[in-house]
Design a protein around this ligand. Structure first.
Ligand code: SF4
Length: 385
């Protein structure tokens, strides 16, 4: 037996006894697997589970999803972040309904042609749902393969990336040729690779003692676990600061929908504007006098809303992290005497009406505070936007 054949067998044996019991592992429905794969991009398993379960209940198949208005789709995705994933799922469902008679395609290239589906996701769907020997290469798999095979160059390097795809392809092909007809070996093998990267071959402290590949792993045998994969320096942290305005008139609040083509497109938010310096005294220890601070806020509100709002009061501060961005939103509350029209399609809505709309999670947290009448600092939240 070759080294790779030994690795494949060891990994399949390990997966048979160590796989987590995840809801999307109880089905071979390509639609359900596709939804899980898209949700799992950049998002932890424990966060995805309730979203996936809600989604499958509300949109049990392609046709239902394709016929649902985008607003409802985004509402169900609310809080999961990276909303372009939901938009692409919806778009792809409409294509499957229109061009594939509502049946999820089995052909790898047809799957790859759908919006929002790259080589990894197409490989995952075709292997997991249809047991095809299509390779996968995501962060977890890259970590396992670079360590096992001692690949020292950056996985972002074009040649190295091609080499890693070849390694993943060779392994799943070996799995596909295993004589275990009763089992879906390509499906199991690819999931086993991902599972090993998630549970055992972790970024910081890989648990080599429990790893089924330890006897055939370059990094373990040479003490190079912490050098591999060679990901280069981490991107530096970027600080961003916004002023947001909660403007009320006669029980209605001013909110706006983000336009197409921008980050968080079609989601709703409180009007806001990027600023360079802290605006509240507590945050920045500012020496501004109260009146000059009010002037500054009034000027910002004019820039953001098209008219200035006097007597704005600090409402809360939200700290938020999305990938390398550390975002602070200082929220100010004020009133206008009339529900005048505002630029950019902003609307005056009651709280109950806003509940039906999708908001990115930072603005959803402002809304929750508004409901409860709470002021003050809102603890940092990492991940979803
Ligand atoms: S032996 Fe260690 S480094 Fe190698 S694949 Fe297993 S967990 Fe990763």
């Amino acid at each position: 037996m070759t080294q790779d054949q030994i690795r494949v067998k060891a990994l399949l044996r390990w997966f048979a006894t160590s796989a987590r019991d995840l809801p999307w592992r109880c089905t071979s429905d390509p639609y359900a697997i596709w939804v899980s794969e898209i949700m799992l991009q950049q998002t932890q398993v424990k966060t995805v589970i309730p979203y996936w379960e809600r989604w499958m209940k509300r949109f049990p198949g392609v046709e239902v999803l394709a016929a649902t208005p985008m607003n409802d789709v985004l509402k169900l995705w609310e809080g999961l972040g990276y909303y372009s994933r939901a938009r692409q799922l919806h778009k792809a469902a409409q294509i499957i309904a229109a061009e594939h008679a509502g049946v999820f395609p089995r052909d790898f290239n047809a799957v790859l042609a759908l919006p929002g589906i790259g080589r990894y996701t197409a490989g995952a769907i075709c292997s997991i749902a249809f047991n095809q020997p299509t390779p996968i290469l995501d962060g977890n798999v890259i970590r396992v393969l670079t360590r096992v095979h001692g690949v020292g160059k950056s996985p972002k390097d074009k040649e190295t990336n091609r080499h890693l795809w070849q390694l993943a392809g060779a392994l799943v092909s070996i799995a596909g040729s295993c004589r275990t007809p009763a089992r879906k070996v390509c499906s199991d093998f690819n999931q086993a690779l991902m599972e090993l990267g998630a549970l055992v071959c972790t970024p910081r402290n890989p648990d080599c003692g429990k790893c089924p590949l330890r006897r055939n792993c370059h990094a373990h045998l040479n003490g190079r676990q912490h050098e591999l994969p060679n990901l280069g320096p981490r991107p530096s942290v970027t600080l961003q600061r916004f002023a947001a305005f909660v403007i009320e008139c006669d029980g209605h609040f001013l909110v706006r929908q983000r336009p197409d083509g921008v980050h968080n497109a079609q989601l709703w938010e409180f009007p806001n504007i990027e600023v360079t310096n802290p605006l509240t005294e507590r945050e920045g220890g500012s020496t501004n006098t109260r009146s000059s601070k009010l002037d500054l806020l009034s000027g910002l509100s004019k820039e953001c809303l098209g008219q200035s709002v006097r007597h704005l009061e600090s409402f809360c501060t939200i700290k938020h992290t999305i990938t390398r961005y550390r975002i602070t939103i200082e929220v100010f509350r004020g009133e206008l005497p009339r529900r005048c029209s505002m630029p950019g399609g902003a609307k005056w809505l009651r709280l109950v009406e806003m509940e039906k709309l999708p908001f990115p999670s930072a603005h959803r947290r402002i809304l929750v505070r508004l409901h409860h009448g709470e002021h003050g600092m809102i603890e940092p939240k990492t991940g979803a936007n």
